[in-house]
Design a protein around this ligand. Structure first.
Ligand SMILES: Nc1nc2c(ncn2[C@@H]2O[C@H](COP(=O)(O)OP(=O)(O)OP(=O)(O)O)[C@@H](O)[C@H]2O)c(=O)[nH]1
Ligand SMILES: [Mg+2]
Length: 655
């Protein structure tokens, strides 16, 4: 076996990546069925949700292709694939040109970060325009884009391409015909000259020849281009029709020719990175790894570096087409799948030596959209947690969390589409049915001024009575401080053994505040006086007294509601900055800073949680999907008076 090359396909949804990978695998001679979008949900929607993996051999090299979804809520797959690829194919719809994920994909992988080829697809469409795509790539993205093909059209029909380097035509219906059409010769020769100039500028030897007007051969030019691509200095552009097998052979040759040789080493200790997981109740868990060094063997023991535990590889697979075949080993540079191991995670490094440094996969985007999930029936309650756990481990951007204030189960993700796909997958794979709703806001209560109260708990109902009397002071503390309890008893008004009872009573009272039964926070409570009875006092009596004393004091201390405030970082392409900012202002947002980054502006802002619960969807519609954002909890902040009244009266209604 020659080289091993891993190629990822990135680009906007609908650009034709899955169709293209299927066509390439087919072209390589794979006879069996090729299914990249294999899950029920992908079949139902007609777009990719998970990374698809397929492999083939071309010119003696093993090519593994990673087909990523272009939908922005499934963006994590692109983050998983790029770090383990040797080359990326940025697939562009020739009719639509640059779209949101074209831009994001280029930012993540383009040029210097990962050698890239652009494939302009959908060239059969009447409005597809190769030249327009080339100029918008050059104008809108940072990089050196060089077309190495020119489309040939006859009566508007896309019939072939000119290979600019070889200066010959390639007709899809007749491979023997090679003459460049007369009307394209001028264009092709201009392109060829600028290509030579471009490549000469990154290759000293070619530069000399170029300056001395010497003939530069096709193979020298190809070699120069290969080097330019490997260095990330140039990005060649080719074109075709994935759905009609046009331009596929040329692309395959370009991929094999231009993908840099992997620098990995077969010798030495083994290490590998888990970059993708799939879960299925019937097929079980599969962990996809790229071997970074050495040889990974079935039957041998390795270390899971992240957990510092030993693991035994008992079930190894390689790929032929999209089918998995049992394997006994995998070599450096190769992508293989490991079954029957449940504790690996995306980002885990596996190694034969314990002290191997972990490989860092990617800085994944954080979830920005949340919904409360509610099991539909009692039967679903029981099955829910293990099914959810299983499904969320395979997705880095899905997180399940229980809100400590509202007690709701909250599912965090990238948007409503990802969550609804997840919910249908739970139903399809685990037969668990869930409803979703907007999460309740975990308000809290606090006080705004100092107050004191004295309360005597006394009960005489035959037998031993109950007696405890507590006087305490409550004070607002700094936001975020929580609860502080101080024993200021001097002398013996309350004996020391009852103080824990006093504190417990206060803590109990703080679980549900006086305003709307939300937990009370940021309060200092000092107990400084009281009285006791030598026979009837008990910890319980002091607890009850303290609970009531706290409630009375709270009434006097001008209580108010607090709401969670999120910190947002929004990256906005310049043409949308004004709209996004005025929308943020409408959300009670506070703009903290703005910073230009390339052709975009990064705005930092604070927005109350209640006004950011659908921001993922709203921002998409304001910016046509082009702005992105990160969001995290920042602090609690006082709710404005008019809103506070509404929240309180609503909480009274539901009582
Ligand atoms: N006319 C035409 N249709 C194409 C071409 N390539 C793909 N398609 C069709 O376009 C649709 C979308 O193609 P996919 O391959 O699923 O697109 P994708 O890039 O994988 O999309 P995501 O998985 O959502 O990112 C399918 O109906 C394809 O048959 C093409 O070159 N020409
Ligand atoms: Mg797809």
């Amino acid at each position: 076996m020659g080289q091993r090359k891993n190629i990822c396909f990135i680009g906007h949804s609908g650009a034709g990546k899955s169709t293209l990978v299927t066509a390439l695998l087919r072209k390589s001679g794979i006879k069996e069925e090729i299914v990249l979008d294999s899950s029920d949900e992908e079949k139902a929607h007609g777009y990719s949700i998970d990374m698809g993996i397929g492999a083939c051999t071309w010119n003696g090299e093993k090519i593994t292709m990673l087909d990523t979804p272009g939908g922005d809520e499934f963006i994590e797959e692109m983050y998983k694939a790029i770090p383990v690829a040797d080359l990326s194919v940025l697939t562009v719809n020739g009719e639509k040109g640059i779209e949101v994920t074209t831009e994001r994909g280029w930012e993540l992988s383009g040029g210097k970060q990962l050698p890239t080829i652009v494939f302009v697809n959908h060239m059969d469409k009447e409005n597809a325009n190769f030249d327009d795509v080339v100029s918008s790539l050059r104008n809108q993205l940072e990089g050196k884009f060089i077309p190495i093909q020119v489309p040939i059209r006859q009566e508007k029909e896309f019939v072939g391409v000119v290979d600019v380097i070889a200066n010959r035509a390639l007709y899809f219906d007749d491979e023997r015909k090679k003459t460049v059409p007369a009307d394209l010769q001028q264009d092709v020769s201009e392109l060829r000259n600028s290509l030579i100039e471009e490549i000469a500028s990154i290759d000293d030897e070619l530069m000399l020849k170029f300056l001395e007007d010497e003939e530069i051969s096709v193979s020298e030019l190809s070699a120069g281009l290969r080097k330019g691509v490997a260095d990330g200095a140039v990005t060649p552009i080719v074109c075709g029709v994935a759905s009609q097998d046009k331009g596929i052979r040329a692309l395959m040759n370009a991929l094999v020719d231009l993908a840099p040789e992997s620098k990995e080493n077969k010798e030495g200790p083994c290490s590998a990175i888990v970059f993708n997981l799939s879960t299925d109740p019937y097929l079980g868990r599969l962990n996809y790894v790229r071997i970074l060094q050495g040889i990974l063997k079935e039957g041998e023991t390795y270390y899971d570096i992240s957990r510092n535990e030993k693991i035994e590889i008992r079930d190894l697979h390689t790929f032929e087409g999209t089918k998995q075949l049992p394997a006994t080993q995998g070599e450096s540079g190769e992508i293989v799948a490991i079954g029957k191991l449940k504790d690996l995670r995306v980002g885990t490094t596996i190694a034969s030596e314990k002290d191997t440094a972990p490989f860092l996969l990617a800085d994944f985007p954080k979830p920005v959209y949340s919904r409360t999930i509610v099991p539909k029936s009692q039967a679903d309650v029981g099955k829910m947690s293990s099914a959810m756990r299983e499904l969320t481990t395979s997705k880095v951007t899905l997180r399940l969390e229980r809100d400590t204030v509202t007690k709701e189960m909250i599912l965090w993700g990238m948007g409503s589409i990802q969550l609804s796909v997840f919910i249908s997958r739970l139903k399809n794979r685990f037969n668990v049915s869930l409803d979703t709703r907007r999460p309740a806001i975990p308000y809290k209560e606090t006080i705004t001024k100092k107050a004191t109260a004295r309360y005597r708990h006394k009960k005489q109902s035959g037998g031993r009575g109950q007696f405890g009397e507590v006087e305490l002071r409550i004070e607002p503390t700094q936001r975020g401080k929580g609860f502080e309890f101080v024993d200021e008893i001097k002398g013996a008004s309350i004996p020391g053994q009852y103080i824990p009872g006093v504190e417990k009573g206060v803590v109990e009272a703080m679980v549900e505040g006086n305003l709307a039964k939300y937990p009370v926070t940021d309060v200092l409570v000092a107990v400084y006086d009281g009285s006791f009875h030598p026979v009837d006092s008990s910890e319980l009596a002091f607890k009850l007294a303290a609970r009531n004393a706290f409630r009375e004091a709270m009434d006097q201390a001008q209580p108010c509601l607090l709401e969670p405030v999120m910190s947002l970082e929004v990256r906005i392409p310049d043409e949308y900055t004004g709209d996004v900012i005025s929308d943020l202002n409408g959300r009670r947002g506070k703009i903290l800073g703005m910073e230009p980054v390339g052709r975009a502006t990064v705005v930092r802002a604070e927005v109350p949680l209640i006004d950011s619960q659908s921001y993922a969807l709203d921002l998409k519609s304001i910016s046509q999907g082009r702005a992105t954002f990160q969001m995290q909890f920042l602090k609690y902040h006082q709710v404005p008076a008019n809103l506070q009244e509404k929240i309180i009266s609503k909480s009274k209604e539901t009582e």
